[in-house]
Design a binder for this molecule. Structure first.
Ligand code: ZN
Length: 318
Protein backbone atom coordinates (compact mmCIF):
# COMPACT_ATOMS: atom_id res chain seq x y z
CA UNK A 1 0.00 0.00 0.00
CA UNK A 2 1.20 3.48 -0.81
CA UNK A 3 0.94 5.87 2.09
CA UNK A 4 0.65 9.62 1.81
CA UNK A 5 4.14 11.12 2.27
CA UNK A 6 4.27 13.46 5.29
CA UNK A 7 3.45 17.00 4.28
CA UNK A 8 3.01 20.42 5.86
CA UNK A 9 -0.69 21.29 5.59
CA UNK A 10 -0.62 24.54 7.59
CA UNK A 11 2.24 26.57 9.08
CA UNK A 12 4.12 24.20 11.39
CA UNK A 13 1.54 21.40 11.08
CA UNK A 14 2.65 18.22 9.33
CA UNK A 15 0.19 15.47 8.35
CA UNK A 16 1.53 11.92 8.80
CA UNK A 17 -0.33 8.93 7.36
CA UNK A 18 -0.11 6.32 10.14
CA UNK A 19 -0.88 3.47 7.73
CA UNK A 20 -3.55 2.13 10.07
CA UNK A 21 -5.63 -0.43 8.08
CA UNK A 22 -5.17 1.35 4.74
CA UNK A 23 -3.55 4.49 3.35
CA UNK A 24 -5.30 7.77 4.21
CA UNK A 25 -7.50 6.28 6.95
CA UNK A 26 -5.81 7.59 10.10
CA UNK A 27 -3.53 10.57 10.61
CA UNK A 28 -1.02 11.72 13.17
CA UNK A 29 0.19 15.32 13.22
CA UNK A 30 3.49 16.97 14.08
CA UNK A 31 3.15 20.49 15.46
CA UNK A 32 6.22 22.73 15.66
CA UNK A 33 6.74 25.56 18.08
CA UNK A 34 9.77 27.76 18.63
CA UNK A 35 11.21 25.57 21.40
CA UNK A 36 9.85 22.09 20.81
CA UNK A 37 7.42 19.94 18.88
CA UNK A 38 4.38 17.82 19.68
CA UNK A 39 3.01 14.68 18.11
CA UNK A 40 -0.81 14.60 18.09
CA UNK A 41 -2.27 11.06 17.82
CA UNK A 42 -0.03 8.03 17.52
CA UNK A 43 -1.77 5.45 15.36
CA UNK A 44 -0.92 1.91 16.46
CA UNK A 45 2.48 0.54 17.52
CA UNK A 46 3.15 -0.23 13.85
CA UNK A 47 2.84 3.51 13.07
CA UNK A 48 5.80 4.50 15.26
CA UNK A 49 8.50 4.15 12.56
CA UNK A 50 6.46 6.38 10.23
CA UNK A 51 6.15 9.08 12.87
CA UNK A 52 9.88 8.92 13.65
CA UNK A 53 10.71 9.14 9.94
CA UNK A 54 8.45 12.18 9.58
CA UNK A 55 10.20 13.87 12.51
CA UNK A 56 13.59 13.20 10.93
CA UNK A 57 12.39 14.54 7.57
CA UNK A 58 11.43 17.76 9.38
CA UNK A 59 14.92 18.03 10.83
CA UNK A 60 13.63 17.21 14.30
CA UNK A 61 15.50 14.94 16.71
CA UNK A 62 13.59 12.59 19.04
CA UNK A 63 14.66 14.84 21.92
CA UNK A 64 12.93 17.83 20.33
CA UNK A 65 9.50 16.36 21.03
CA UNK A 66 8.17 17.62 24.36
CA UNK A 67 4.62 16.23 24.14
CA UNK A 68 2.71 13.33 22.66
CA UNK A 69 -1.00 14.13 22.71
CA UNK A 70 -3.84 11.66 22.20
CA UNK A 71 -7.37 13.04 21.75
CA UNK A 72 -8.86 9.90 23.33
CA UNK A 73 -7.72 6.39 24.11
CA UNK A 74 -9.35 4.44 21.27
CA UNK A 75 -6.47 2.45 19.86
CA UNK A 76 -6.41 3.90 16.35
CA UNK A 77 -5.53 7.18 18.14
CA UNK A 78 -3.50 6.04 21.14
CA UNK A 79 -2.45 2.42 20.55
CA UNK A 80 1.12 3.45 19.71
CA UNK A 81 1.57 5.84 22.64
CA UNK A 82 3.72 3.55 24.80
CA UNK A 83 5.88 2.39 21.90
CA UNK A 84 6.34 5.99 20.67
CA UNK A 85 7.29 7.32 24.11
CA UNK A 86 10.08 4.74 24.32
CA UNK A 87 11.66 6.48 21.32
CA UNK A 88 11.17 10.08 22.51
CA UNK A 89 13.36 10.55 25.58
CA UNK A 90 11.82 13.71 27.05
CA UNK A 91 8.25 13.60 25.76
CA UNK A 92 5.27 13.51 28.14
CA UNK A 93 1.96 11.97 27.21
CA UNK A 94 -1.00 14.38 27.37
CA UNK A 95 -4.32 12.58 27.75
CA UNK A 96 -7.84 13.17 29.07
CA UNK A 97 -8.12 12.55 32.84
CA UNK A 98 -10.66 9.76 32.17
CA UNK A 99 -8.32 8.01 29.73
CA UNK A 100 -4.95 8.22 31.46
CA UNK A 101 -5.16 5.07 33.60
CA UNK A 102 -6.13 2.97 30.56
CA UNK A 103 -2.84 3.76 28.85
CA UNK A 104 -0.80 3.10 32.01
CA UNK A 105 -2.58 -0.25 32.39
CA UNK A 106 -4.04 -1.15 29.00
CA UNK A 107 -5.68 -4.41 30.12
CA UNK A 108 -9.26 -3.04 30.18
CA UNK A 109 -8.72 -1.20 26.93
CA UNK A 110 -7.42 -4.37 25.31
CA UNK A 111 -10.36 -6.42 26.59
CA UNK A 112 -12.87 -3.81 25.42
CA UNK A 113 -11.28 -3.57 21.99
CA UNK A 114 -11.23 -7.35 21.60
CA UNK A 115 -14.96 -7.28 22.38
CA UNK A 116 -15.50 -4.96 19.40
CA UNK A 117 -13.04 -6.47 16.91
CA UNK A 118 -12.44 -10.06 18.03
CA UNK A 119 -9.09 -11.46 19.17
CA UNK A 120 -7.57 -12.22 15.76
CA UNK A 121 -8.38 -8.85 14.22
CA UNK A 122 -7.19 -7.13 17.39
CA UNK A 123 -3.76 -8.77 17.13
CA UNK A 124 -3.48 -7.89 13.45
CA UNK A 125 -4.48 -4.24 14.01
CA UNK A 126 -2.66 -3.44 17.24
CA UNK A 127 -0.05 -6.11 18.02
CA UNK A 128 1.30 -5.74 21.52
CA UNK A 129 0.36 -2.66 23.52
CA UNK A 130 3.21 -1.03 25.42
CA UNK A 131 2.07 0.45 28.77
CA UNK A 132 2.89 4.13 29.32
CA UNK A 133 4.96 4.80 32.47
CA UNK A 134 2.70 6.63 34.93
CA UNK A 135 5.40 9.22 35.61
CA UNK A 136 5.31 10.42 32.01
CA UNK A 137 1.55 11.00 31.90
CA UNK A 138 0.04 14.48 32.08
CA UNK A 139 -3.72 14.57 32.59
CA UNK A 140 -5.31 17.43 30.68
CA UNK A 141 -8.59 18.73 32.09
CA UNK A 142 -10.69 21.30 30.22
CA UNK A 143 -8.62 24.41 29.53
CA UNK A 144 -5.25 22.70 30.01
CA UNK A 145 -2.68 24.46 27.84
CA UNK A 146 0.69 23.23 26.73
CA UNK A 147 3.16 25.57 25.06
CA UNK A 148 5.69 24.58 22.41
CA UNK A 149 7.28 28.05 22.56
CA UNK A 150 5.05 30.82 21.24
CA UNK A 151 2.57 28.16 20.25
CA UNK A 152 -0.02 27.32 22.90
CA UNK A 153 -2.24 24.28 22.36
CA UNK A 154 -5.39 24.30 24.51
CA UNK A 155 -7.44 21.22 25.40
CA UNK A 156 -11.24 21.47 25.42
CA UNK A 157 -13.23 18.68 27.04
CA UNK A 158 -15.14 17.04 24.18
CA UNK A 159 -17.58 14.36 25.31
CA UNK A 160 -19.94 12.69 22.83
CA UNK A 161 -17.79 10.29 20.83
CA UNK A 162 -16.31 9.11 24.12
CA UNK A 163 -16.18 10.52 27.64
CA UNK A 164 -12.36 10.37 27.55
CA UNK A 165 -12.12 12.71 24.55
CA UNK A 166 -10.70 16.21 24.31
CA UNK A 167 -9.94 18.34 21.29
CA UNK A 168 -6.92 20.58 20.96
CA UNK A 169 -7.09 24.17 19.75
CA UNK A 170 -4.09 25.61 17.92
CA UNK A 171 -4.39 29.40 18.09
CA UNK A 172 -1.54 29.84 15.58
CA UNK A 173 -3.56 28.34 12.72
CA UNK A 174 -7.07 28.77 14.24
CA UNK A 175 -7.44 25.02 13.91
CA UNK A 176 -8.69 22.16 16.02
CA UNK A 177 -7.18 18.70 16.28
CA UNK A 178 -10.56 17.04 16.45
CA UNK A 179 -9.86 13.34 16.98
CA UNK A 180 -13.25 11.76 16.29
CA UNK A 181 -15.33 14.74 17.49
CA UNK A 182 -15.81 16.33 14.08
CA UNK A 183 -16.70 13.20 12.14
CA UNK A 184 -14.85 11.58 9.26
CA UNK A 185 -13.79 13.14 5.98
CA UNK A 186 -11.86 10.91 3.62
CA UNK A 187 -10.08 12.59 0.76
CA UNK A 188 -11.52 9.99 -1.63
CA UNK A 189 -14.90 11.68 -1.18
CA UNK A 190 -13.81 15.25 -2.00
CA UNK A 191 -15.83 16.78 -4.84
CA UNK A 192 -16.31 20.17 -6.48
CA UNK A 193 -18.52 20.91 -3.47
CA UNK A 194 -15.49 20.42 -1.17
CA UNK A 195 -14.97 17.87 1.61
CA UNK A 196 -17.68 15.40 2.60
CA UNK A 197 -18.29 14.98 6.35
CA UNK A 198 -19.84 11.87 7.91
CA UNK A 199 -20.43 11.14 11.62
CA UNK A 200 -18.49 8.57 13.60
CA UNK A 201 -20.53 6.87 16.35
CA UNK A 202 -18.12 4.20 17.55
CA UNK A 203 -18.98 2.15 20.70
CA UNK A 204 -19.17 2.17 23.65
CA UNK A 205 -19.70 5.69 25.05
CA UNK A 206 -21.58 7.41 22.23
CA UNK A 207 -23.74 10.27 23.55
CA UNK A 208 -25.41 12.10 20.64
CA UNK A 209 -26.58 15.21 22.57
CA UNK A 210 -23.08 15.63 24.05
CA UNK A 211 -21.54 15.21 20.60
CA UNK A 212 -23.82 17.92 19.17
CA UNK A 213 -22.74 20.22 22.01
CA UNK A 214 -19.06 19.47 21.43
CA UNK A 215 -19.37 20.34 17.73
CA UNK A 216 -21.04 23.63 18.66
CA UNK A 217 -18.39 24.37 21.25
CA UNK A 218 -15.66 24.09 18.61
CA UNK A 219 -17.64 26.15 16.09
CA UNK A 220 -18.05 28.90 18.70
CA UNK A 221 -14.28 29.49 18.44
CA UNK A 222 -14.79 30.29 14.73
CA UNK A 223 -12.08 27.90 13.54
CA UNK A 224 -10.60 28.29 10.07
CA UNK A 225 -9.67 24.64 9.72
CA UNK A 226 -10.13 21.27 11.36
CA UNK A 227 -7.42 18.60 11.54
CA UNK A 228 -9.31 15.31 11.47
CA UNK A 229 -7.68 12.06 12.46
CA UNK A 230 -9.77 10.38 9.74
CA UNK A 231 -8.39 12.02 7.58
CA UNK A 232 -6.51 15.27 7.08
CA UNK A 233 -7.38 18.95 7.13
CA UNK A 234 -10.74 20.39 6.11
CA UNK A 235 -10.81 24.14 5.70
CA UNK A 236 -13.10 26.80 4.36
CA UNK A 237 -16.67 27.06 5.56
CA UNK A 238 -16.17 25.12 8.79
CA UNK A 239 -19.60 26.20 10.07
CA UNK A 240 -21.21 24.54 7.05
CA UNK A 241 -19.24 21.35 7.71
CA UNK A 242 -20.52 21.45 11.28
CA UNK A 243 -24.10 21.88 10.07
CA UNK A 244 -23.67 18.85 7.80
CA UNK A 245 -22.40 16.83 10.76
CA UNK A 246 -25.33 17.87 12.95
CA UNK A 247 -27.74 16.73 10.21
CA UNK A 248 -25.82 13.49 9.65
CA UNK A 249 -25.82 12.66 13.35
CA UNK A 250 -29.54 13.38 13.69
CA UNK A 251 -30.17 11.11 10.71
CA UNK A 252 -28.02 8.36 12.29
CA UNK A 253 -30.10 8.56 15.46
CA UNK A 254 -33.37 8.59 13.51
CA UNK A 255 -32.37 5.51 11.51
CA UNK A 256 -31.16 3.66 14.61
CA UNK A 257 -34.42 4.36 16.43
CA UNK A 258 -36.41 3.20 13.39
CA UNK A 259 -34.73 -0.23 13.40
CA UNK A 260 -36.96 -2.92 14.88
CA UNK A 261 -35.76 -4.50 18.14
CA UNK A 262 -34.67 -8.12 18.01
CA UNK A 263 -31.85 -10.19 16.54
CA UNK A 264 -31.91 -8.41 13.16
CA UNK A 265 -31.53 -4.93 14.66
CA UNK A 266 -27.81 -4.51 14.06
CA UNK A 267 -28.10 -5.42 10.38
CA UNK A 268 -31.10 -3.11 10.04
CA UNK A 269 -29.20 -0.18 11.56
CA UNK A 270 -26.20 -0.90 9.37
CA UNK A 271 -28.39 -1.03 6.25
CA UNK A 272 -29.98 2.27 7.26
CA UNK A 273 -26.60 3.97 7.68
CA UNK A 274 -25.43 2.56 4.35
CA UNK A 275 -28.48 4.08 2.63
CA UNK A 276 -27.76 7.39 4.35
CA UNK A 277 -24.11 7.29 3.26
CA UNK A 278 -24.84 6.48 -0.37
CA UNK A 279 -27.57 9.12 -0.59
CA UNK A 280 -25.39 11.80 1.01
CA UNK A 281 -22.39 10.94 -1.20
CA UNK A 282 -24.54 11.12 -4.34
CA UNK A 283 -25.93 14.53 -3.33
CA UNK A 284 -22.37 15.71 -2.62
CA UNK A 285 -21.23 14.59 -6.08
CA UNK A 286 -18.47 12.43 -4.57
CA UNK A 287 -16.43 10.71 -7.30
CA UNK A 288 -16.78 7.14 -6.00
CA UNK A 289 -18.70 4.17 -7.30
CA UNK A 290 -21.08 2.45 -4.90
CA UNK A 291 -18.53 -0.37 -4.46
CA UNK A 292 -15.67 2.04 -3.76
CA UNK A 293 -17.77 3.95 -1.25
CA UNK A 294 -18.75 0.79 0.60
CA UNK A 295 -15.12 -0.32 0.68
CA UNK A 296 -13.87 3.04 2.02
CA UNK A 297 -16.56 3.18 4.72
CA UNK A 298 -16.91 -0.56 5.47
CA UNK A 299 -15.30 -0.37 8.90
CA UNK A 300 -17.08 2.86 9.81
CA UNK A 301 -20.57 1.59 8.88
CA UNK A 302 -20.02 -1.45 11.07
CA UNK A 303 -18.66 0.53 14.03
CA UNK A 304 -21.29 3.26 13.69
CA UNK A 305 -24.08 0.66 13.75
CA UNK A 306 -22.49 -1.04 16.78
CA UNK A 307 -22.12 2.25 18.63
CA UNK A 308 -25.74 3.24 18.00
CA UNK A 309 -26.88 -0.21 19.17
CA UNK A 310 -24.97 0.11 22.44
CA UNK A 311 -26.39 3.62 22.88
CA UNK A 312 -29.99 2.45 22.28
CA UNK A 313 -29.55 -0.33 24.84
CA UNK A 314 -28.09 2.02 27.44
CA UNK A 315 -31.03 4.43 27.33
CA UNK A 316 -33.76 4.29 29.95
CA UNK A 317 -36.98 2.95 28.48
CA UNK A 318 -40.20 4.92 28.06
ZN1 ZN B 1 -10.79 6.98 15.37
Amino acid sequence: MTLDPPREIAPGVVLVDTGYVRPRLAAAYLVRGRDSAAVVETGSSASVPRILAALAAQGLAPGDVSHVVVTHVHLDHAGGAGALLRELPRARLVVHPRGARHLVDPSKLVAGTIEVYGEERFRALYGELVPVPAGRVVEAPDGFTLDLGGRPLRALDAPGHARHHFVLHDAATRGFFTGDSFGLSYRETDSAAGPFLFPTTTPVQLDPPALHATIDRMLAERPARMYLTHYGVVEGDVAAFGAALHRGLDEHVRRARAAAAGPGRHEAIRAGLEAQLLGDLARHGAPLSREEALRVFAGDLELNAQGLGVWLDSRPRG
